[in-house]
Design a protein around this ligand. Structure first.
Ligand code: PMT
Length: 402
């Protein structure tokens, strides 16, 4: 339901700016109150008068225009907006926002706002694939909770074919509608999320671990908090900043994670176990650094507790969601884990696929539930997948988002 929602559309200077007129028109038809900020460069592609006519509001373009009603424009728009959609979001806007540069009305407003920001990138494929753009997107998603929608693939205005096309206005409206429907659906729920890898010490300087970055789990934690849940995020060592407003519990080993989960479990309604927990740990962790006295050494390993299986034994009315990182027979193994660990749902990702599983910004796989239901998830941003998973869980506790 977009009726009555206060949506600020920020338009940057890119050829896709012409599509933003359609976006504004569609948001208005859904009943949203829409205001528009255009950057100076956006004005090279589309005129403010078009957007003013479609939105029914004066379009803001200039930081230093005469104040209307003595409001400071970037502050009043920042406070007014419930949602900010940046479409198209150019590499320049993304770079500035990620670096904390506020040098025009759009960047200043976005930075001064607490609204949910949805960025819809559009740019040349090579620009989009430039690691600096990737780093900026990741930084905004991780540190500022920006949601990125798209870009799509196809024929680009510059003549290239590839990723970088702005998502169609109909798809953007559907995406925002899904978000607004979902918002606050987790109010009153306590969600425990585990994320990241565990580290199993061999000695004071060496350890066994895996390549989990924490991105999937942190995305779920941030998205659940945005929906009004109390979120406890228990995480192994990662380089990520925990999302704002989650209760953060850092841990190192699987045994630490087990203890932290057991401490919080009783308070939780929903547990989502994204963490890649080591199944084994060295039987002995030496107090001193191991010396290289032999050509070969062998390592005795002992089983770590299976945290999720243990939770499944004392499930009560809680909703238990597991993840499965698989490289073969994905669906069969995932089904087996649902049964063995007494889960309501499992998200199975195929770690052999590029752009899925460990340490990528995107993921793909299947959601399976204990009633035999199965849905394929094509490759998407981990934050988008987090929202789909939360929609599914909301259906289980009766807050159907559809
Ligand atoms: O962190 P990212 O880089 O974003 O990568 C995300 C991910 C690939 C780590 C994530 O999507 C994922 O698949 N996590 C589960 C990885 C895994 O350990 O799968 P598993 O099949 O070994 O375990 C199945 C389930 O049991 C998992 O929910 C796991 O948290 C849990 N488990 C496993 C072992 C153990 N001793 N205790 C557990 O609770």
């Amino acid at each position: 339901m977009l009726k009555g929602k206060r949506i600020l559309v920020g338009i940057c200077g890119g050829i896709a700016a012409y599509k933003s007129a359609d976006l504004v028109s569609r948001l208005k038809k859904k009943g949203a109150c829409v205001k528009v900020i255009m950057t100076k460069n956006a004005g090279e592609f589309i005129t403010p008068i078009t957007l003013a006519s479609l939105s029914g509001n004066k379009v803001a373009t200039d930081m230093f225009s005469c104040p209307q009603d003595w409001d400071i424009q970037h502050i009043s728009l920042a406070q007014w907006a419930e949602y900010i959609i940046i479409a198209p979001a150019t590499a320049n806007f993304i770079g500035k926002a990620a670096s904390g540069i506020a040098d025009d009305l759009l960047t200043t407003t976005v930075m001064a706002s607490k609204a949910m920001v949805i960025a819809v990138p559009a740019m040349n494929t090579n620009m989009y694939n430039n690691p600096i753009v990737g780093r900026n997107i990741e930084s905004l998603a991780t540190h500022n909770g920006y949601l990125f929608f798209g870009p799509a693939s196809g024929h680009l205005a510059c003549g290239d074919t590839g990723t970088g096309k702005m998502e169609e206005p109909t798809a953007i409206v559907e995406y925002v509608e899904r978000l607004t429907n979902a918002s606050r659906s987790y109010e009153g729920k306590t969600v425990l999320v585990t994320a990241g890898p565990t580290r199993e010490a061999l000695d004071p300087v060496r350890f066994l671990t895996n390549g989990s970055s924490g991105k999937m789990g942190y995305s779920i934690a941030g998205a659940a908090a945005a929906r009004g849940a109390r979120v406890i995020l228990i995480s192994g060592p990662t380089h990520l900043q925990p999302p704002a407003s989650v209760e953060f519990v850092p841990v190192v080993s699987a045994v630490d994670m087990y203890n932290a989960v057991m401490d919080s479990y009783k308070e939780c309604d929903i547990v989502i176990k994204t963490a890649a927990v080591s199944d084994y740990r060295p039987a002995v962790a030496y107090n001193h650094k191991m010396k290289k006295t032999q050509n070969e050494i062998s390592l005795d390993m002992v089983r770590n507790p299976d945290i999720l299986a243990q939770l499944g034994k004392d499930k009560g009315k809680r909703i238990l969601v597991g993840f499965a990182a698989e490289s073969i027979d994905i669906i069969e193994y995932a089904k087996d884990k649902i049964k063995k660990k007494n889960l309501d749902m499992i998200v199975a990702n195929d770690i052999t696929q590029e752009g899925a599983g460990f340490n990528s910004n995107t993921n793909e796989g299947f959601i399976l539930d204990s009633n035999g239901g199965m849905e394929q998830l094509t490759r998407m941003d981990k934050m988008e997948m987090a929202n789909i998973i939360l929609d599914k869980i909301a259906c289980l506790f009766g807050k159907d988002n559809q």
